[in-house]
Write a protein of this length. Structure first.
Length: 221
């Protein structure tokens, strides 16, 4: 399968970062399936880069949880188990609530307006990819005022690991309607500077999404 984006590159990313970004996008959009093995030489040929560059990209994606590596067997697209989904949802709840706790005292009007605008867009969009993108953007706006880059990077990595599975919650359930109601309540509580209630609702919101994902995954044999 050819997964290379033919668009010309006009940014300053390293070659390994370009390969990692494109492979990650292919995994998130299910162009690469869970369990599928990736050959280093084949990927190098597709991207027109050296195998050393591909190896560096693989290493990054293994660290992010998108690929798994086995001795003498190479790498494969990671498959999330129910236990892993549960663990990640617990970590997300802890980190995202802490980020929101730090963020609320620093929030200003532009944050509230920006978050509300994203929710309005979520109400009207029909494309699943757009829903997932806007959902992530809403949470990013809420947490950005925390000004804790390491924490925000960890949150983003965990969120991306969930992203390809979140299509189930958007496509096969009525999750969007409930999620949007919770989003608006969280935003209102942030505007009120009600840190405790906002964080409590966010924790329930994140864990509920995690429960949907856990229920959708087949236990490993």
């Amino acid at each position: 399968m050819n997964i290379v984006d033919p668009a010309p590159r006009r940014d300053n990313r390293s070659a390994a970062a370009v390969v990692a970004d494109d492979l990650r996008a292919a995994i998130l959009r299910n162009r690469l399936s869970g369990g599928e093995r990736l050959r280093q030489d084949a990927i190098a040929t597709q991207f027109g880069v050296s195998q050393m560059i591909v190896r560096e990209a693989f290493k990054q994606l293994v660290g992010e949880g998108f690929l798994t590596a086995e001795p003498r067997r190479g790498v494969a697209v990671a498959v999330m188990s129910r236990d892993e989904a549960w663990e990640i949802s617990q970590l997300r709840a802890l980190l995202e609530c802490q980020a929101l706790r730090w963020a609320i005292p620093n929030m200003v009007r532009v944050d509230f307006v920006g978050a509300a605008k994203v929710l309005d867009e979520l109400d009207t969009t029909g494309a699943v990819d757009a829903k997932i993108l806007l959902n992530g953007r809403f949470h990013q706006i809420l947490y950005a005022p925390a000004r804790r880059p390491r924490t925000l990077e960890m949150i983003e990595t965990l969120r991306m690991n969930f992203e390809r599975y979140l299509r189930y919650t958007w496509e096969q359930t009525h999750h969007l309607e409930q999620s949007q109601a919770e989003h608006r309540n969280i935003l209102t509580l942030c505007e009120m500077r009600d840190v405790e209630r906002a964080c409590d609702l966010l924790r329930k919101h994140v864990l509920a999404t995690g429960d949907l994902l856990v229920d959708s995954l087949t236990p490993k044999a």
